[in-house]
Every structure is written in structure tokens, then in C-alpha cells.
Design a protein around this ligand. Structure first.
Ligand code: OAK
Length: 817
């Protein structure tokens, strides 16, 4: 027997159809039979839909397998209740997690279709504002990747986060219609529909039972989206509720000619799930928001209880088979809803129901900003949810009885623990309800968790000292490294092999490469290529030319005073002034990019956006500056924009006032993509510093303790500004209209605020920040040192994978691992 005979396969390969050809015909088949178009007539959106529908077939099979396996194993399920899921696009995520990206790209290419182009037209599912919503989306992906049976529950907003347009630098909010072309990812489950009531009255019935007759009701209908885990190991469900009227049209009214009145109920119901409140870290406050919160909490709890009873029979074992996590206080009314169902429907004694409830719920807090702590006027809560009001009173009575038995808890502490805020207008405190109703209460970074114990929850913590725990946030490395930065992913694979894709902790194998000059060169080339790609986008979309060899210095996040975009802008102005005053010095070229949305009612945040644009306009047009400094505010920041910008960053701005950013997750995405952080000792920056090492991060400014001390000690921005020539010069330039010649007093009020009410300690931190920026320049000019640090950032960021975070929740809170 010859070698060639041994090597010959039993069947001739020429007879088999290449996978990409079979796939191409499957996509065309879907195009014809589902979309109703042929390849000649198909437009890009048709190709997008046909590709998703084709891919979906495989996803559905894995999805059904996952559900069946959990059922067969009698597994405990995790339920993540969140008013926000900031998912972004799903096609690239699903393709990449199923490892079908190359195959599908090839198949489409044979049809003359560019996969990258159709990926670009998929709308972002922007059902969230910022950090809290994006965290929920990363968690859903990690839950599936870790093979944990889980459901996300939220609202299917017809209009998610608004689209931001800049008119002469002013933010305009436009509705974003992400469902305009239909949504091929979702499955309407008409059979999974629940009655959700509002208002009405509660009456007593026989044997101490109560009966709630709501005055109004809507139907919650489920829409399911598959959440595909890494390597398609598991597919979980994101279940979003849509509101529908029971009686879509009142025919008698319609026939009597009252067309508008006939459709009133439908309109009222649809309004419930129409829009996402575009607030970040501030409560919406309106009645419609409380209705949204109860609507989705009630539907979700009914669904969870129904599933439990159907699978396991006995409602008393709920906590053994279901772990419900509350993503901040927005779903906190679910505590009262579960109590209502357990007592009113399953007729459990109050104390038994309370034990089950507490064993089932966990609560995550995402902000300490006092203005962000949700509370509802008691009369509103009582009018909308009369039965829940009674339950809240009953829980409160029990809670305060327990508290009064504990030594050291005095009248002041009792008032702070109470579910009802009695100071002024009486209000229901949602954070206290969530805390009392949960066996675990967690913060999202180490500092944040310590501050929770010392500040907002100090008294509840004294009462339940074992309840508060920390779960430092994480990000999914699939979306935030592998998918958004294929160049770096390929380079990492060449250096350390592919294992890091299955376990981000393995990125530490990269550490020795920091000292390898040829690897540093290749690493720098990948970064430069990402910067060129971003520059091309900015040139095409904004007409601005960027120098890819300048430092790309980036601050992208929601616009909020505590995040201190204003500090970044003022330092930019100071740098501009320095370059103009000292043209003879050797300046390091910089590109400063800003992006982010402001809540529509947040006046100062919108003014900060306008200021960034005004500063950009002047600096970019100044011939004395040339390429040394370029500034841009990139409009309509969203998940997809972050995926485009982050791989191109050299410097990540994480400069919040210490003690105010609960964690941050953008900080993790940048560092994982090889940007160095300039930041305060706030949120997860502290843990990032601990992981990447002090030499590989630029830390500056006051600590959280120092901020608190200064605030208590009568700090005045005015005194600091007087002592800093650079700061005074920049603030005066802005205040006197140098950047707003069309309206010279535009920023006077904003700048006056720094003198008199500098709550965010911008003046106090300015000099340290400016000095840190010059350290950045010095390091940048030592390419070896910069490259080494950038590589060490990537190598040491694996710990911030949301797989690690979810692993901790699973073991320590949910008991599912
Ligand atoms: C939004 C609404 C209400 C309360 C908090 C938020 C919010 O987005 N908080 C953010 O959560 C992120 C995820 O935990 C954190 O990384 C951010 O620091 C925090 O501001």
C-alpha cells in the first residue's frame, strides 16, 4: 500500500458541497420564502433579516435543548429583573459566539453581500440608559456562557434610548425607532400573557382574607429573545413585556361614532411600554414610571410563580428553585407583589411568605447619589397599588419590631430604617423595601460597597450586618474584546494561544510579552490600525481629520456633573492656552474625543455638551494649533459607537469625583483593549489599579475620604481657583465668552458655579489632573514604556470579565454553582 492510498479519504471530497455554498442557498431560500424577495430585488435590510432568520434556526434548536435540560435536571433558575437591557446589536454577537462568523461571511460573499455592511445596518437595541442597562446585557451573555439557566425580565420599549442629534452643538432628542424594520430576533408568546391591575379597592372577605379589585387592567404579553452564550453552549431567554389592552376596541363606542374613545384603552395600555425614561442615576418620578415598574415586576413574578408551580408543584420550595435578582430598586415592588401572590393566592401565612420572599430575592445597588434613591409619594403608591400599600405597611411593622429589639438602634435609626419616609411629604422608600425583602444586598465595586455600609444603608447594615456584600462589576470579553477588536484578538492568539477566549484569566500569559520589543511593535501596529479606522469614520461622519499618531484621549459615557466631563474640557482649554502661549515647546499631539447623552431635562449636562462643541470648533479652526490638538464631540453615543471607539483609545478618562461613581464599566472596556487609564481613586478604578499595577495607570486627585472631609470643612472652589493660574485662566476664558462669541455670557453661570458651589470638587482636583496629563505626555514619548504598560493592562484585565462576576453571584448569592 502506498502513502497516497493510505491518505485517500473513503469518499471523494469533490462530491461534497462546500459548507458556505449550502449556507448561501439556505440564506437565499429564507430570503425568498420568508421575506418574499429574490436575490436581485433584495435590499440590505432584507439580507440582514434573511441572515438572522437562517442563523436563528440553529439558535432555536440549542435554545430548546437548553430549556429541556434545565427542566429535566430540576435545576434552580436565575431571574434577572431589570427595567433596562442595553443590548446593542445581536448579529455579530450571535455569529461570533456560535463560531460561524467566517462561514457566514464567505457564504454571503458568494452572493455578493458584505457581512460587515449588513452588520452595520442592524439597529442597536437600546433599551437602557447607561451602565446599569449595559451591565444587565453583559450579565445575560455571561449567564449563558457559564451554562446557567437564567431568564432576563424587562420591558419591550417601542422607543428605547433617544437618538442624539447636535444642532450647532446643542443636543436634540429624536425618537429612535429600532423596530421600524421588524425585529427578527424576537418571538411573541401570545400564550404567556398576564393580567396586571392598577388602582381600585381592597375589601375584606371571610377568614381574614382580602380581595383587591383593580379599577383598571392591562395584559402583559411576552416577547422572547434568545441570548446565545460563548460557543453556543447554552441559549437563555430575555423575556420583555409588551402592554396590550384586554379590549383593544370598544365596538359600541366605535359604532356610536366615538372613534377616539373606542381606542382609548388600547392607547393607554400601549403608552405603558412605549418609551424608556431617558434618565441615568436620577429617578423619573412620574406616575407612568411607577406603572412601568409595577407592570413588568408583576408580569415577571406571575410568570416565575407559574413556572415554579408547573414544574415543582409546591410553592413553598420557591426559594430552592428560583433566585430573583433586583437590578437596582426599579423592580423593588416585586417584593410586595410576591408577598401578595403568596398570601392572597397561595394562602400562605404572612411570616411563611416573608421567609420565602427574603430567601428568593437579592438586591443590587448601583448608585449612592442621594437624589437617585427612588421613593414614591405615599398617596400615589396607595392610589395605584392599594393592596401593595397594605403589604408594605405590614412588612414595615415587622421590620421596625425587629429593629427596636436591637441594642443601639435608637429613634433616629428606626426612622432611617422605616420603609416610609416621614420627613415632609410621606414617601415609600424603594431601596429600604428592596433591602428588607432580600437575603443579599450587594454593591458593584469594593469602595462602593464600603460606602453603602457607611452612608445610605448604615442603619439597615447595623440591623442586618451580614446582608451587604460586594460583587465588583465585569464586562463580557466576547463583545468587548473578541468582537470589537479582531486585530488585537488575533495578535493575542498568536502570542498566547486561544485559551484566553474560554477563560479571560488566562490573559496573564501575556505578561512576559510586555518585555518583547518585537511583540510591542506588533501590538502598537494593531492599535494604530484601529485608530486609522476610527479616524476614517470621523472624517466621513464629521469632516474632521485626525492624526493617528496623536494620543487618542477619550471620555465617553453619560454626561453627568459627577463624571466631570467639565474637568476634561477645562483642562483641554488650559492645554490650548499653553500651546498658544508657548509655541516653542515640544508639545505632544493629542486628539480629545468626547461622546455621551444628557438626560433631556438636565440643563447643566446639556450645556456641557454645547461647551465641548464650542471648544472643539474654536481649537480645530485655530491655525496656530494645527495637529497638536484636535477636539471632537461624537454624536449619538451608543453601544455600537463604543465598540468602534474603544479599540482605538490610547488614554481612558475615568475622572469622576471620588466616592461618586459606583463602579464604572467603560473603564474596564478601555483597559482590556490596551488603553491606559487616567483616573481618580473611585469605583472600580481602584481595583483596576490593583490589577494592572501602579506604574501602568495615572491616578490623581482627592480620595473619597478627602472629598468628604473637604465638603465638611467648608471647601470653597474660589480659594483654589485663586491659587491656580492655569485653572483661573481657563475658567475666565470660558466665562468671558472666548468660546461663545455669539453669546458671550453663555457659560458664565456654569463657571460661577465652580467658584461658589463646586460640589464635584473640580477646582480641587484640577492641578493634580493637569499634572497627571503631563505625565501622560512624558510616558507617551517613551514608546517602549507606553507599550509595556498598555500590554500589561490587557494582560491583567481578565479578572474584570463578567464571567468572574457572575460566578460570584452564582456561588455566593444564588446558590446555583
Ligand atoms: C441608573 C439608574 C438608577 C441607578 C443607577 C443607575 C446606573 O446606571 N448606575 C451605574 O451602574 C453601573 C453598573 O453597576 C455602574 O458601573 C456605574 O458606576 C453606575 O453609575
Amino acid at each position: 500500500m502506498t502513502d497516497s492510498q493510505i491518505a485517500a479519504p473513503p469518499t471523494a471530497p469533490a462530491a461534497t458541497v462546500p459548507a458556505s455554498t449550502a449556507l448561501a442557498s439556505a440564506i437565499v431560500d429564507t430570503l425568498v420564502h420568508r421575506i418574499g424577495k429574490d436575490a436581485q430585488a433584495a435590499r440590505p435590510h432584507d439580507w440582514l433579516a434573511a441572515t438572522i432568520f437562517t442563523l436563528r434556526n440553529e439558535i432555536i434548536e440549542r435554545w430548546m435543548e437548553s430549556t429541556k435540560a434545565a427542566h429535566a435536571a430540576g435545576a434552580k433558575r436565575v431571574y434577572y429583573l431589570s427595567l433596562e437591557f442595553l443590548i446593542g446589536r445581536l448579529l455579530r454577537d450571535a455569529l461570533s459566539n456560535l463560531r460561524h462568523d467566517d462561514e457566514v461571511a464567505e457564504a454571503l460573499a458568494t452572493l455578493g453581500v458584505d457581512l460587515a455592511q449588513i452588520e452595520e445596518i442592524e439597529p442597536d437595541a437600546a433599551l437602557g440608559n447607561g451602565g446599569l442597562g449595559r451591565l444587565a446585557a453583559c450579565f445575560m451573555e455571561s449567564l449563558a456562557s457559564l451554562d446557567l439557566p437564567a431568564y432576563g425580565y424587562g420591558i419591550r420599549y417601542v422607543n428605547g434610548m433617544f437618538r442624539q442629534r447636535l444642532d450647532d452643538g446643542w443636543q436634540m432628542e429624536l425618537p429612535e425607532n429600532w423596530l421600524a424594520h421588524g425585529n427578527p430576533w424576537e418571538f411573541e408568546r401570545r400564550e404567556s400573557a398576564y393580567f396586571v391591575g392598577f388602582g381600585g379597592e381592597v375589601t375584606s372577605a371571610a377568614e381574614g382574607r382580602v380581595h383587591w379589585s383593580p379599577a383598571e387592567a392591562v395584559e402583559a404579553v411576552a416577547f422572547d429573545t434568545p441570548m446565545v452564550g460563548w460557543r453556543g453552549k447554552r441559549v437563555n431567554t430575555l423575556r420583555l413585556w409588551n402592554a396590550r389592552a384586554f379590549d383593544p376596541i370598544k365596538l359600541d363606542q366605535f359604532n356610536a361614532g366615538d372613534f377616539k374613545g373606542a381606542l382609548d384603552g388600547q392607547l393607554r395600555a400601549e403608552t405603558l411600554t412605549r418609551v424608556l425614561y431617558p434618565n441615568d442615576s436620577t429617578p423619573a418620578g412620574q406616575e407612568l414610571r411607577l406603572r412601568q415598574e409595577y407592570f413588568f415586576s408583576s408580569a415577571s413574578i406571575q410568570d416565575i410563580v407559574r413556572r415554579h408551580v408547573q414544574y415543582f408543584g409546591d410553592i413553598r420550595t420557591l426559594a430552592d428553585k428560583a433566585a430573583i435578582q433586583l437590578n437596582d430598586t426599579h423592580p423593588a415592588v416585586a417584593v410586595a407583589e410576591l408577598m401578595r401572590i403568596l398570601t392572597d393566592f397561595h394562602e400562605l401565612p404572612f411570616d411563611v411568605a416573608w421567609d420565602i420572599t427574603r430567601a428568593t430575592f437579592g438586591y443590587t445597588n448601583h448608585t449612592l447619589l442621594p437624589e437617585a434613591l427612588e421613593s414614591w409619594p405615599l398617596p400615589l403608591f396607595e392610589r395605584l397599588l392599594p393592596r401593595h400599600m397594605q403589604i408594605v405597611y405590614a412588612i414595615n411593622a415587622k421590620l421596625l419590631r425587629e429593629a427596636s429589639k436591637v441594642e443601639g438602634i435608637d429613634g433616629r435609626a428606626i426612622a432611617a430604617i422605616s420603609l416610609i419616609d416621614e420627613g415632609g411629604e410621606r414617601r415609600v422608600r424603594m431601596a429600604n423595601l428592596a433591602f428588607a425583602g432580600s437575603h443579599s444586598v450587594n454593591g458593584v465595586a469594593a469602595l462602593h460597597t464600603e460606602l453603602m455600609k457607611k452612608t445610605v444603608f448604615a442603619d439597615l447594615h447595623r440591623l442586618y450586618p451580614d446582608r451587604i456584600n460586594n460583587k465588583t462589576n465585569g464586562i463580557t470579553p466576547r463583545r468587548w474584546l473578541q468582537q470589537c477588536n479582531p486585530g488585537l484578538t488575533a495578535l493575542l492568539g498568536e502570542a498566547i494561544g486561544p485559551d484566553f477566549q474560554d477563560d479571560a484569566a488566562k490573559l496573564t500569559a501575556l505578561v512576559p510579552f510586555a518585555d518583547d520589543a518585537s511583540f510591542r511593535e506588533r501590538f502598537a501596529a494593531v492599535k494604530r490600525s484601529n485608530k486609522v479606522t476610527l479616524s476614517t469614520y470621523i472624517k466621513e461622519s464629521m469632516g474632521l481629520t485626525l492624526d493617528p499618531d496623536a494620543i487618542f484621549d477619550i471620555q465617553i459615557k453619560r454626561i453627568h456633573e459627577y463624571k466631570r466631563q467639565l474637568l476634561g474640557i477645562i483642562e483641554t482649554v488650559a492645554l490650548y492656552d499653553q500651546i498658544r502661549s508657548h509655541p516653542e515647546r515640544r508639545w505632544t499631539p493629542r486628539v480629545k474625543l468626547f461622546a455621551g447623552k444628557a438626560a433631556s431635562s438636565y440643563h447643566n449636562a446639556k450645556l456641557i455638551i454645547k461647551l465641548a462643541n464650542d471648544v472643539a470648533k474654536r481649537i480645530n479652526a485655530d491655525p496656530a494649533i494645527g495637529d497638536l490638538l484636535k477636539v471632537a464631540f461624537v454624536p449619538n453615543y451608543n453601544v455600537s459607537m463604543a465598540e468602534r471607539i474603544i479599540p482605538a483609545a490610547d488614554l481612558s478618562e475615568q475622572i469622576s469625583t471620588a466616592g461618586m461613581e459606583a463602579s464604572g464599566t467603560g473603564n474596564m472596556k478601555f483597559a482590556l483593549n490596551g488603553a491606559l487609564t487616567i483616573g481618580t481613586l473611585d469605583g472600580a478604578n481602584i481595583e483596576i489599579k490593583d490589577h494592572v499595577g501602579d506604574d501602568n495607570i495615572f491616578i490623581f486627585g482627592l480620595t473619597a475620604d478627602e472629598v468628604a472631609e473637604k465638603r465638611a470643612g467648608g471647601y470653597r472652589g474660589r480659594d483654589v481657583i485663586a491659587g491656580s493660574a492655569e485653572l483661573a485662566q481657563a475658567v475666565n476664558a470660558i466665562a468671558s465668552g472666548v468660546f461663545s462669541p455669539d453669546d458671550p455670557s453663555r457659560y458664565k453661570g456654569l463657571m460661577d458655579g465652580l467658584y461658589d458651589h463646586d460640589w464635584f470638587m473640580l477646582a480641587a482636583d484640577f492641578d493634580a489632573y493637569a499634572a497627571a496629563q503631563r505625565d501622560v505626555d512624558a510616558k507617551w514619548n517613551d514608546a517602549d514604556s507606553w507599550g509595556r504598560s498598555a500590554i500589561l493592562n490587557v494582560a491583567n484585565m481578565g479578572w474584570f470579565s463578567s464571567d468572574r462576576t457572575i460566578g460570584e453571584y452564582a456561588k455566593q448569592i444564588w446558590g446555583v454553582m
